[in-house]
Design a protein around this ligand. Structure first.
Ligand code: BG6
Ligand code: MG
Length: 218
């Protein structure tokens, strides 16, 4: 048995914030005359703020000045922050706390691997900050998912080989990043979308402790 580590994405895996990113990007895109569908949104999940705006602009063939770009980034984040301002524990996704507590009880190393620069604040708001041994977020990386940097830093900090890291992800970019890192991606969401993951669960209520035990002892 090799020692394992469990790396959790944040938005859409631990907390239901993916919907707020969607609302904030949609509002921003529409404000500059760009359509924004849920299918396009899927391509932004897991992707950094800068890369997300670059994608939105490229879909509409828009070019803007650097200053305008910065302005739009600030606008999107301010809007997003207004959604998360009132967040509390009720926005933790189902069974996430149980899964974290189970892994802690089994003495498994746990990391956060998120693209978000708001990750630490959100974890504090929902009272989960102290459950993580290591937190790596958008402030610690230079490359956005699907680049595996965020997960590799987490594995390195936990001192666990990438092949022994299990990654919970709701985004296509995040599953790709885990695969590139040679980790074990487990999708949280829809099978049709996350088909590159080793396994996919709609949410953590579907994941038994027996399944987790298997991952630990494999
Ligand atoms: C990811 C989200 O976790 O973080 C993306 O899935 C988001 O939608 C990215 O763009 C960056 O987040 P933030 O909070 O730094 O804008
Ligand atoms: Mg996510």
């Amino acid at each position: 048995m090799n020692k394992k580590a469990f790396i959790f994405d944040l938005d859409g895996v631990i907390v239901d914030t993916a919907k707020y990113h969607y609302l904030a990007w949609k509002k921003l895109a529409n404000s500059i005359g760009v359509d924004f569908t849920e299918i396009q949104n899927e391509q932004l999940k897991g992707v950094s703020r800068v890369k997300s705006l670059e994608k939105i602009l490229s879909w509409s063939n828009k070019t803007i000045s650097e200053d305008q770009f910065m302005e739009l980034m600030t606008k999107k984040n301010d809007d997003y922050l207004s959604y998360i301002a009132k967040m509390d524990e009720s926005e933790i996704l189902p069974d996430v706390t149980n899964i974290l507590d189970y892994l802690i009880e089994k003495k498994q190393p746990i990391a956060l691997g998120s693209a978000s620069k708001n990750a630490r604040e959100i974890l504090k708001k929902v009272n989960l900050y102290n459950k993580f041994d290591v937190i790596v977020d958008g402030n610690d990386v230079t490359e956005a998912k699907p680049n595996p940097e965020v997960f590799l830093i987490a594995a390195n900090k936990l001192n666990i080989n990438p092949e022994n890291c299990i990654v919970f992800e709701d985004s296509v970019a995040g599953v790709q990043a885990a695969n590139i890192a040679k980790m074990i991606p487990i999708g949280i969401g829809r099978k049709e979308v996350l088909h590159e993951a080793d396994d996919v669960f709609t949410d953590f209520t579907e994941m038994s402790t027996g399944y987790l035990k298997e991952l630990i002892i494999k």
